[in-house]
Design a protein around this ligand. Sequence first.
Ligand code: NAP
Length: 242
Amino acid sequence: MKCALITGGSRGIGRAICTRMAALGYYIIVNYKSNVEEANKTLSLVEEAGGNGELLQFDVADKDQIQKVLGEWIAASEEKHIEVLVNNAGIRDDSLMAWMTDEQWDNVLKTNLDSFFYVTRLVLNSMLERKYGRIINVVSLSGLKGLAGQTNYSAAKAGVIGATKALAQEVGRQGITVNALAPGFIKTDMTEDLNEKELKALIPVKRFGLPEEVAHAAAFLASPEAAYITGQVLSINGGLYS
Ligand code: NAP
């Protein structure tokens, strides 16, 4: 059974990717941190799209939980192979650096960057054995350009971009591609507190993006036909930065 694991699949961009990958015939593993109600809603949408899947709750910022929950799932699921991994779970916790606390730095780095390492390392083994895989990392415009008030988030996302390029070179000959998607402003819970009216004036297409527009790009990179695209960062930002 071909599976796609989407971290942070309970809401926003992750949910849209789950539904999209389900329509492509993947069995969907919906990871989430705590919002079981929203995670179940994603699973219903997966089923509505004609697919199937399950929830897998673990905190991507906690390497022991990843090892225990995801590690045990992999060991117990011999028939299920994760062909597509979307490292999507993420948080922001903005502050000017002069006022940023240790906790703000650590949480954002653990959730956005360390998670890439601990989740991907676990999933990689079976991709290497099967000589096929698609790894898609959801980064951000912030990791390319840097944004004031986001030294923690920009550092984490830039770190994932570097890791994407390095891992792509390590595993290219084994049929595994590793790419990143860099959204600009997308309408989700994460951007709810932003002044959309003011910000959209700065965007050439004059609007925030939709989670489905990011999911469309994820589906493209996940397709077998995208085999010759690896180590790339694809911006989805309405022309805001190139
Ligand atoms: P969102 O609506 O806030 O949803 C975040 C998702 O991540 C939820 O499913 C949440 O699970 C999960 N999550 C958060 N921390 C987690 C943890 N420690 N362990 C497991 N799951 C965790 O966010 P979004 O806007 O869809 O963002 C998705 C990704 O896109 C993030 O990596 C974000 O940095 C990136 N991004 C977003 C934008 C944007 O404009 N929205 C722009 C650039 C990049 P629960 O439901 O259980 O809390």
